[in-house]
Design a protein around this ligand. Sequence first.
Ligand SMILES: Cc1ncc(COP(=O)(O)O)c(C=O)c1O
Length: 380
Amino acid sequence: MTIVRGRGSMVWDDQGKAYLDFTSGLAVSAIGHCHPQWVEAVRRQAGELVHTSNLFRNPNQAELARRLVGYAGPGRVFFCNSGAEANEALLKLARLHGVRRSGGEEGKCYKVISAEKAFHGRTFGGMSATPQEKIQKNFRPLVPGFAHGELNNLQSFADLVDEATAAIFVETIQGEGGVNPCTPEFLAGLRRLCDKHNLLLLLDEVQCGICRTGRFFAFEHAGIRPDAIGMAKGLGGGFPIGAVWIGEGAAELFQPGSHGTTFGGTPLACAAALAVLDVIERERLIAHVGREGIPWFQALAGLAKAHPGQVRGIRGHGFMIGVEMAGEPAPYVAALREQGLLTAAAGGNCIRFLPPLNATAAELARSVEIFGAVLSARGQ
Ligand SMILES: Cc1ncc(COP(=O)(O)O)c(C=O)c1O
């Protein structure tokens, strides 16, 4: 299938067929396709200044950092180009914290505990933190120093903590692993565990952040604050940009020269991200996702109940929903596409629904209608 055009929640293929895009380019097109304000901001910046490198000050970057600190809390922000790069920066931060934790000695404290079924990206650090055979196969040996606990089983994480441990690293809601949310109790427990042992709590919000769950960051639902956050995807609304926020307790670990990237946070990438934040704020999308996500979830849960032979359950928050199927999700994803609704498979048996943050109540209702029709047709 070849997509050639997009507008709002809709895309069109090269045959002229229209689809409701509830993949949002895998949680990237946060404000829909070609939002006029985003297009205008990118166009204007492209005609003014695109790139300077980090040798010079860049007012868009300063403004974007200021806005992200406003959401995350006091701290500092590093800009890069993707989710994997954001996570690499978090893993390097863990190493720096490990050196600090072992009194300046290198190589003693470097272990990072991540979660089973996690997905943190395709770079060597990201892959090593991703305990999935399909991701790691044929790329070993991986980066040493990773251990994996069971999501939402605090004891399994606590059992792995030792003198060599520097950080705990989890997605607040696992995306590729099948939309598996950390419970608020689990996140609060990880926070306590990290405080007790002087470990960094690193959250990967690459997929679940930037308003996707009805809060700017998904961890806000749990009322905790991590030591650092990785973000990307929705931040640029389609323009590649990643970012790492580091709270005050760890913000000084990176010093000039200890990390960097040529392209990170160009004036153009930051203009795109600022336009996304402007639209989120102006169109009150945090409240919109929180409000519209509830009846939508209930309607999807109603379908799950009506089709227990095909649907096992439904998980997620706001506009990040996973429907666990009883069997292979691929035929359903194909049938939904045939009926004009784009979704994405995840984590074995799951169908992921990731509408743009400004999808309307009517568009959400339409997705339920199409899914219901597909379930009825396939259930016969
Ligand atoms: C939670 C999470 N972390 C990291 C990544 C990697 O991001 P990127 O593909 O931008 O490198 C992804 C991508 O799907 C993701 O979902």
